[in-house]
Design a protein around this ligand. Sequence first.
Ligand SMILES: Nc1ncnc2c1ncn2[C@@H]1O[C@H](COP(=O)(O)OP(=O)(O)OP(=O)(O)O)[C@@H](O)[C@H]1O
Ligand SMILES: O=C(O)[C@H](O)COP(=O)(O)O
Length: 398
Amino acid sequence: MTNKFRTLDDVDVKGKRVLLRVDLNVPMENGRVTDATRLERVAPTITEIADKGGKVILLAHFGRPKGRDAKDSLRAVAEALAKVVKKPVAFAEDCIGEPAAKAVADLKDGDILCLENTRFHKEEEKNDPGFVAELAKLGDIWVNDAFSAAHRAHASTEGLGHKLPAYAGRTMQAELDALEKALGSPTKPVIAIIGGAKVSTKIDLLENLVTKVDALVIGGGMANTFLHAQGVAVGKSLAEKDLAPTALRIMEKAEAANCAIILPVDATVAYHFAANAPSHAYGLDAIPTDGMILDVGPQSIARVHAAIDDAATLVWNGPLGAFEMQPFDRGTVAAAKHAAERTKAKKLISIAGGGDTVAALNQAHVAGDFTYVSTAGGAFLEWMEGKPLPGVEVLRSK
Ligand SMILES: Nc1ncnc2c1ncn2[C@@H]1O[C@H](COP(=O)(O)OP(=O)(O)OP(=O)(O)O)[C@@H](O)[C@H]1O
Ligand SMILES: O=C(O)[C@H](O)COP(=O)(O)O
C-alpha cells in the first residue's frame, strides 16, 4: 500500500491555525497518566508545528464517555503533555463553541492549545457534518497524527479531512512506514496474541485475522468469551457471553484456514477485582462460580512461550490479564519477556500495539526490545487485516 499523502513538508504552517488531531487516550490512574508513550510519540509533531510558528490546536478523544464526567476530561492529560513537550499547553473547556473560539483567538504564533474531549459531544462519533463544520471554524488546516484512532470515521479523525486542507503528522507517517516495513510481507510463521478487554469491538477483527496468521493466542477478557463459548463456566469473569456464536464461528474459520487457536488451559482466579486480591490457579473445569479469571495460569503461560518459539513474526494487541494489578500481570509480563528474548536473539520479529499493551510492555521493561511498538491497538489490527483506515484514506492525495 503506497502511503501517498500530504505531510508537514508540503505546507507552511507559520501563522496558521493548525487543528492537530492526536491520540491522547492514555492509561490513567487516580487522575494521573500512568503511561505517556502516546504523548511522547506525538510530541515531535506538536513541537515542529509550534517551532515553525503555527498555532497548535489539539483535538483528541478520551475514553468512551457517556456524559461529561470529570474523569473523562482531557485537562489532566494536557497538563502531562505540557511536561512532555516542555512548553505551556493552554486548555479550553470545550472543543467547539465560545470556549474554544475564544481560546483559539487568544493564541499567538507558536502557542499550543488543547481542546476538551471531542467525545463529550455525541456528534463526534457520528461524524456529524454540523459538528465537523463547528470544528473546522477553529482552524485553517487539519493535521492527522492519530494513527491509533484512524480506524474511527469520526468528525475529528476523518470528517475534518473533507473540510480543510489535510496533512499527515510525523507519527502517522512513522507508524505507516514502520508497519509496512515489518508486516507488509511478514516472515512466516506469523502468530498473533490478542487479549484485552475490548471484546465487542475487536472480536470481529479476529474473523479475518485467522486467515492472515498461522496461530492465534487468545488471552484476557477475549479468551473468557471463547472459553464460555466452548462451555467453560467462567464464573464472574469479564466476558461478552452474547458473542459466543461469533467466537465459535471464528474457531471454525481458523480451522478452515489452518490457523491454530491457542486458548488458556488454566486460569488465575480471584474473588475481588483488586491488586493483591487472594488468587489461585485453577483448571478450566474448576473455575469457582463466584470467581473472576484475572490472568492466564502457569500452564497457559508455557503454551504461549511454545507458540512464540514456533513463530518468526509476532503481532500483539491486548494484555493476557488485568496487568495493572499485580499479581495479575504474570501472564502478560512472562509472554512479553519471552518475546523480547527471542527478538534480541534475532529469532523473532515482534510488533506490539495498543494503549494498554504498550503500558504492559513498559511495565515489563521490554518495550525497547521489541522490533516495533505501535501506539495503535484496534487500528493496528485493522491495518493488519488490510482494511482501509478512514483517518488514513482521507489523507491520500486527491
Ligand atoms: N481477564 C481480564 N479481566 C478483566 N480485565 C482484563 C483481563 N485481561 C485484560 N484485561 C484488561 O484489558 C485492558 C486492556 O484491553 P484493551 O483491549 O484496551 O488493550 P489495549 O492495548 O489498550 O488496546 P487498544 O489500544 O485497542 O485499546 C486492561 O485494562 C486490562 O486490565
Ligand atoms: O485506545 C485506542 O485504541 C484508541 O484511542 C481508540 O479508542 P476507542 O477504541 O475508544 O475508539
